[in-house]
Design a protein around this ligand. Structure first.
Ligand code: FAD
Ligand code: 2HG
Ligand code: ZN
Length: 528
């Protein structure tokens, strides 16, 4: 990791107290303080009593369990008679709780195929589960669906050091996969805060976006092929390694973002870029959302090919992280908005020159109020921590209503302001001792037009939920945005897809679902 040159640094320092880049800040340990009491999670079926178990689906019997034991290796069939299955039944937001009594942990594609063949014949519903980090309740059962956990399918199958094409099992953890690639000079073309737990199969199943979509594009572009097991147990072998292939329908695209409703992804083939040798991170303080947009426009123009992330956070988001973090704040004064700009390139002098000029211009034109540039790898990681731990910090309040939306950039932050006004008009105060709403914050991947509106609450509360939904979705529909930019539909948004998609499109989706899964056993009660 390159050290920031003090000579170059000095060219950025302004004498004004309000415009001082802090080049030598000391950062303390990154750990967030541990959460308080864990609250009991209400059963999804109790929280949403209008959802009923589909009576066409079969009930798992002891004969089914014996069959699974006969096709899987010892220790791969977990039942609630002997095991605590809550880790598979409760989602990462502790908002949804299913009632699975059986969890299967296959080790091979053939084992997945045998499981699915049996489930199809017996009409037993299943939920494919990766790292269970999903944020829309898609990864946990609603009733007694069988969980198929991919955690033991975690082998790298091949890596081509010339093309950068990786073929790996679906259950490989994203961070571990990226570490494997780092040793070979490559990078996984996706990064996100849950990288230590989420699986690459889960990433593909959700078409995850993450922190560097701006640079590496969507998984719809970088996934070259995949292997999946259909609902009836048929293995679809599409592990192609070609960048160009125009023979027939591109079936793999159907699985990318299908959230476990069409089949079980068992392996993926993905094009990985070279890892950049030179990475810089700047953390900026700004007064208004208009200035955030100006800084972004300028970043695209001035940093162009080395720009690798442009994340924004409001004051409230950073204050929530500060509540639990032992890290010293990156900037002394508080600002209404913050931006994290990352560059990734191969030539230190070239990148430095570009970034310095960009930051100087931002200060000269009063687009930013203050900023800090990471001097070394530790500082770089710490700056990222202020962005990446926002979801975790908000979760400590008790619960979070999460809205992950695409909105045209000029109106992106208006949703956060309007939500605060909307709650106030309904008599809901924010952050007071007697109010259930702890905070309303906005942050996200500005470079992708993707806002994360988070309403942190002391506990999930039907009154607040009904105030927010469908109000938020109607707001987005009026601006022709998307109600799910990256987290998917899952259980949380299955009733709201019509706010983003035309009925004709929904009809095609329903027809496709029937073709892929005629018995409706793949992740029921979700998606559409
Ligand atoms: P799970 O949560 O286990 O499953 C998610 C969905 O995919 C479910 O519907 C499940 O049935 C299905 N699924 C999982 N594996 C398979 C498989 N092998 N075959 C078929 N279906 C499968 N998401 C983003 O897009 N961008 C972010 O920046 C981002 N940051 C996050 C930060 C934090 C702190 C957290 C907790 C989550 C974040 N997420 C983000 C959401 C989540 O991490 C992603 O959606 C991730 O891709 C889910 O992967 P997973 O392995 O945990 O899948
Ligand atoms: C992120 O960008 C994730 O940090 C999570 O997509 C966003 O929790 C959220 O709302
Ligand atoms: Zn995100």
């Amino acid at each position: 990791m390159r050290l920031f040159s003090l000579r170059a640094a000095s060219t950025l320092c302004r004498q004004s107290a309000q415009h001082t880049f802090q080049f030598t800040r000391q950062f303390s340990c990154t750990a967030l303080r541990t959460a308080g009491q864990t609250k009991q999670v209400v059963l999804t079926s109790e929280m949403y009593p209008d959802i009923h178990r589909d009576s066409r689906l079969g009930n798992v019997t002891s004969a089914d369990v014996d069959h699974f034991k006969s096709i899987l290796q010892p220790g791969s069939v977990l039942t609630d008679d002997t095991e605590d299955l809550s880790g598979f039944n409760v989602d990462s937001m502790r908002k949804y709780r299913g009632q699975a009594r059986v969890v299967l942990k296959p080790r091979t594609t053939d084992e997945v195929a045998q499981i699915m063949k049996h489930c199809h014949e017996r009409r037993l519903a299943v939920v494919p589960q990766g790292g269970n980090t999903g944020l829309v309740g898609g990864s946990v059962p609603v009733f007694d669906e069988i969980v198929i956990s991919l955690g033991l399918m975690n082998k790298i199958r091949s890596f081509d050091n010339v093309s950068g094409i990786l073929v790996a099992d679906a259950g490989c953890i994203l961070e571990a996969t990226d570490n494997f690639l780092a040793e070979r000079g490559y990078i996984f073309p996706l990064d996100l805060g849950a990288k230590g737990s989420c699986h690459i199969g889960g990433n593909v199943a959700t078409n995850a976006g993450g922190l560097r979509l701006l640079r590496y594009g969507s998984l719809h572009g970088s996934v070259l092929g995949l292997e999946a097991v259909m609902a009836n147990g048929t293995v679809v072998n599409g592990l192609g390694k070609l960048r160009k292939d125009n023979t027939g329908y591109d079936v793999k695209q159907m699985f990318i973002g299908s959230e476990g409703t069409l089949g079980v992804i068992t392996a993926v083939s993905i094009l990985c870029p070279r890892r950049s040798k030179v990475v810089n991170v700047a953390f900026l303080g700004l007064e208004s959302y208009e200035q955030v947009q100006s800084a972004f426009v300028k970043a695209k123009a001035d940093l162009s090919e080395i720009l690798s992330a442009f994340e924004f956070m409001d004051r409230e988001s950073i204050n929530e992280v500060a509540k639990y973090s032992e890290l010293r704040r990156p900037l002394d004064e508080q600002h209404n908005f913050y931006v994290l700009v990352e560059t990734s390139g191969s030539n230190p002098e070239h990148d430095e020159e570009k970034l310095n000029k960009y930051l100087e211009d931002l200060m000269e034109s009063d687009i930013i109020e203050d900023g800090v540039l990471a001097n070394d790898e530790t500082q770089l990681k710490n700056l990222w921590t202020w962005r990446e731990t926002i979801p975790e910090s908000l979760g400590k309040a008790g619960g979070v209503y999460k809205y992950d939306v695409s909105i045209p950039l000029p109106e992106l932050y208006t949703l956060v302001e309007d939500t605060r006004t909307h709650l106030a008009k309904a008599g809901i105060s924010i952050g007071t001792e007697d109010s259930v709403v702890v905070d309303v914050v906005g942050y996200g991947h500005l470079g992708d037009g993707n806002l994360h509106l988070n309403v942190a609450v002391k506990n999930y509360d039907k009154h607040i939920e009904h105030l927010l939904e469908p109000w938020v979705y109607e707001w987005i529909e009026k601006r022709h945005g998307s109600i799910s930019a990256e987290h998917g539909l899952g259980f949380a948004k299955k009733n709201y897809i019509q706010y983003s998609k035309d009925p004709s499109m929904i009809s095609v989706m329903k027809n496709l679902k029937t073709v892929f899964d005629p018995n409706g056993i793949m992740n029921p009660y979700k998606y559409i």
